[in-house]
Design a protein around this ligand. Structure first.
Ligand code: R5P
Length: 313
């Protein structure tokens, strides 16, 4: 039942890509996708009524990659769209920025639907880097402007050395939720995400909000959830967070809600990273459905954050 509820986002995305590989309607801008962000880029081209550039990605035998961008970008504004979901995607983003400059783009805008390393926004222990700052500095060297979508801490935008803005896509997470939620409670697993829960509740148009308290052991990564005294028995609960990575935060939260006899539990997030066995953890914990945006392209990417970014462009 659980898997049947996950939308076939890739199919939708492929249809969009076919459509937008047609000749440019608006030759003054071009969307340049990273390999891991093709569906989002196609959705952005559609939402912004801009053209989508056909990029070639190749990998050499030694593991290094290379990209090729359309010559038509010369003299135009290039919008490089790349979620930095892993180290290769980071390198590819830097290559794309350099390639569009080399091809003669007049301006480079970088869209980071998902900004990797954003959770490492401080040197938590002696000897550690501020990784998000290091990444932001590197990205800034190849662009005139940056747009991020719900980075874990919006303050990471200050690390860029070019103008950077953050857009909030949480409102779109209400779209895939069923219309018949019973006395819905929009709940964040920690206080830091309560604003997201409030935004989703407002977009849904009904329900209450609350938050749990979360403690994570830095060494083991284990998560302990302390429930609030919110009454959940018999109610439908929508858990809301910025990112699901290992799934520990959400599966522990679901366990607490099950103990307290909540009715259906839905899990929503902006960035459905869903690393390793996260989806299985959520499924075995008893989730009704998992809904995320397409900032990270997964089977759970039920709704697009691209229109929110298009409005910012
Ligand atoms: C941290 O505070 C974030 O908001 C998320 O709650 C966290 O990153 C989720 O990670 P995981 O899925 O590994 O528990």
């Amino acid at each position: 039942m659980f898997s049947a509820r996950l939308l076939t986002h890739r199919t939708v995305a492929s249809r969009r890509i076919e459509k937008w590989f047609s000749p440019a309607d608006n030759p003054s801008h071009m969307i340049i996708p990273g390999a891991e962000t093709q569906a989002f880029a196609a959705a952005l081209a559609e939402a912004a009524d801009e053209s989508l550039g056909r990029v070639e990605y190749e990998q050499f035998a030694d593991g290094e990659g290379v990209v090729r961008v359309p010559e038509a970008v010369a003299g135009e504004r290039a919008v490089v769209v790349a979620s930095t979901v892993d180290s290769d995607a980071h390198v590819q983003l830097l290559q794309l920025q350099d390639a569009v400059r080399e091809a003669g783009a007049s301006e480079v805008v970088t869209v980071l639907p998902y900004m990797g390393y954003a959770r490492q926004d401080a040197a938590f222990r002696e000897g550690e880097p501020v990784s998000s700052r290091a990444m932001a500095r590197a990205i800034s060297t190849g662009t005139d402007r940056v747009v991020t979508v719900n980075p874990h801490e919006p303050a990471v935008c200050d690390f860029f050395t070019v103008p950077a803005t953050n857009v909030d896509a949480a409102g779109v997470l209400a779209e895939p939720l069923p219309a018949d939620l019973a006395e819905p409670l929009f709940l964040s697993p920690d206080e830091g995400a309560i604003g997201l829960a409030e935004t989703v509740r407002d977009a849904y148009g009904a329900g209450e909000t609350d938050h749990f308290v979360k403690d994570r052991d830095y060494d083991s990564g284990e998560v302990a959830i302390s429930p609030s005294d919110a009454a959940v028995a018999g109610r439908d609960v929508v858990l809301v967070d910025d990112i699901i990575a290992t799934g520990s935060t959400m599966s522990e939260s679901i366990a607490v809600l099950n103990e307290r006899e909540a009715a259906r539990v839905y899990v929503t997030c902006i960035h459905p990273m869903l690393a390793s066995n996260a989806l299985t953890k959520l499924s075995t914990a008893g989730v009704e459905a998992v809904y995320g945006t397409d900032t990270v392209e997964r089977a759970a990417s039920a709704v697009s954050a691209a229109p929110v970014v298009a409005a910012e462009l």
